[in-house]
Design a protein around this ligand. Structure first.
Ligand code: NDP
Ligand code: HSE
Length: 437
């Protein structure tokens, strides 16, 4: 059979990883795909730069448009990143009848609704397995393997850089800045690493997860997002004393009122599976009503793992080249006319446990006043701790872990506690999650 011609947009960490993988595992991949694969062209910003892969046989230039316009190219791999040029090129490729594979969660989270509509109009497939959790086949698992289930919730460590930084700080005692620079050097971080440390990258991925899990439109702008940037080492230590690890989690949950979509550092019981996921590794738990909890673990970033997902999409795409478009797996798991309008909830409606730490004047009555506030708002307490903070002599830290409570009530409790004269600074608030492993 005629080989499939592929055009590469971008030849950085992921692009070079794809070329290397297609070289190293060529025979296995072709045996699976059923057709040979030729990368005929690649476009990069600087064609003179040395590459981390062999580039024989491909024409390399800086004009991306040449690739989407080339009638000989069947499949375009978008591995540039961002949502500007990448969006224009993806739409142009689709309009020209080419299948597109991307690792770009930013692109899919912001423009996926328009991209998938265009793909359906043009009978092409847009694949994005690498966009969520790198090498872990979580899109395929949720979209195909769990198709019989009503998915109740998904919770995962979906930013490798953030998890790597917290792990390095905890086990190697390095600073936040040092750990971030290390993640950048290893190729895990985004071109703009604030996307990693402020939770935006995880929010992009969670928007995609939420749509596939619940059959709702991509709703990135509705994802509540907090990063790991301002996490204090004191809270990591107190959490450990209380039997928890702090992990950067993305949580998508179905509730009777709508859907919770949230990304934030989270206390996880130290015996929970997610607590033991370290370094750049990702793990995603999916709870389906028939199957119960399932867990998917692996490398969430890096050249090889990400290329693994991109090339798997390429293999699938080659298999569907001749398939009747109406029989293909829908982009967002549900048939396009079955996408629901379930509301994405506001932060005040989220329900989970809460870790609250407040620095207080070391005087009598503080604990009683705080517990009264919580009792008045019907917020139950799981654990309470009073400690001397490491730096000041006169103050104390009071740490409370609540039972599951509506966030709106907890925000009211925080406001009331911060208004006491004994409260020295803004209260630290981190959510707590208990999962059925
Ligand atoms: P890199 O920065 O390593 O590579 C980007 C590539 O795009 C480079 O080859 C660059 O060219 C090229 N490029 C950038 N701008 C232009 C332009 N205007 N015209 C032509 N070429 C351009 O990024 P990554 O490989 O790390 O990431 C690529 C995508 O994969 C992103 O969407 C990222 O979020 C996603 N991703 C990355 C993962 C990772 O572990 N790195 C994991 C999962 C997803 P040049 O080399 O000349 O500068
Ligand atoms: N910057 C991302 C991460 C790359 O660290 O998870 C993988 O999407």
């Amino acid at each position: 059979m005629k080989p499939v011609n592929v055009g590469l947009l971008g030849l950085g960490t992921v692009g070079a990883g794809v070329v290397n993988l297609l070289t190293e595992n060529r025979d296995e991949i072709v045996r699976r795909a059923g057709r040979d694969i030729h990368i005929t062209r690649a476009a990069v910003r600087n064609p003179d730069k040395a590459r981390e892969c062999a580039v024989d046989g491909m024409q390399i230039g800086s004009d991306c448009q040449v690739i989407v316009d080339d009638p000989e190219i069947d499949v375009v791999l978008e591995l540039i990143g961002g949502d500007g040029l990448a969006f224009d090129l993806t739409m142009a490729a689709i309009e020209r009848g080419k299948h597109v594979i991307t690792a770009n969660k930013h692109l899919i989270a912001l423009h996926g609704n328009a991209i998938f509509a265009a793909a359906e109009r043009n009978n092409v497939v847009v694949s994005f397995e690498a966009a969520v959790a790198g090498g872990i086949p979580i899109i395929k698992a949720m979209r195909e393997s769990l198709a019989a289930n009503r998915i109740e919730w998904v919770a995962g460590i979906i930013n490798g850089t953030g998890n790597f930084i917290l792990t390095q700080m905890r086990f190697e005692g390095v600073s936040f800045e040092y750990a971030l620079a290390d993640a950048q050097r290893r190729g895990f971080a985004e071109a703009d690493p604030t996307f990693d440390i402020e939770g935006i990258d995880a929010a992009h991925k969670l928007a995609i997860i939420g749509s596939i899990a619940f059959g709702i439109p991509l709703s990135f702008e509705r994802v509540y997002t907090e990063g790991i940037r301002y996490l204090a080492s004191a809270d990591i230590a107190y959490a450990a004393r209380l039997g928890y690890r702090i992990k950067p989690l993305g949580i998508a949950k179905r509730t009777p009122e709508g859907v919770e979509l949230r990304v934030h550092p989270t206390l996880v019981p130290e015996k929970a599976l997610l607590a033991s996921v370290e370094g750049e590794k990702n793990a995603v738990m999916v709870y389906g009503d028939a199957v119960g909890p399932t867990v998917y673990y692996g490398a969430g970033a890096g050249a090889g793992p990400t290329a693994s997902a991109v090339v798997a999409d390429l293999t699938d795409t080659i298999r569907v080249l001749s398939t009747d478009p109406s029989g293909r797996v829908p982009h967002l798991a549900f048939q396009p006319d079955q996408i629901s309008d379930a509301p994405v909830l506001d932060r005040a409606d989220f329900e989970c446990g809460h870790y609250l730490r407040v620095q207080v004047a070391d005087q009598t009555g503080v604990m009683a006043a705080m517990t009264r506030v919580l009792a008045d708002l019907e917020i139950g307490i799981d654990a309470i701790l009073q400690e001397d903070p490491p730096t000041t002599e006169d103050d104390a830290h009071v740490i409370v872990v609540t039972k599951s409570a509506r966030e709106g009530r907890v925000l009211e409790a925080i406001a009331r506690i911060e208004a006491f004269d004994f409260a020295r600074k803004s209260l630290v608030h981190i959510r707590v999650a208990h999962f059925e492993d």
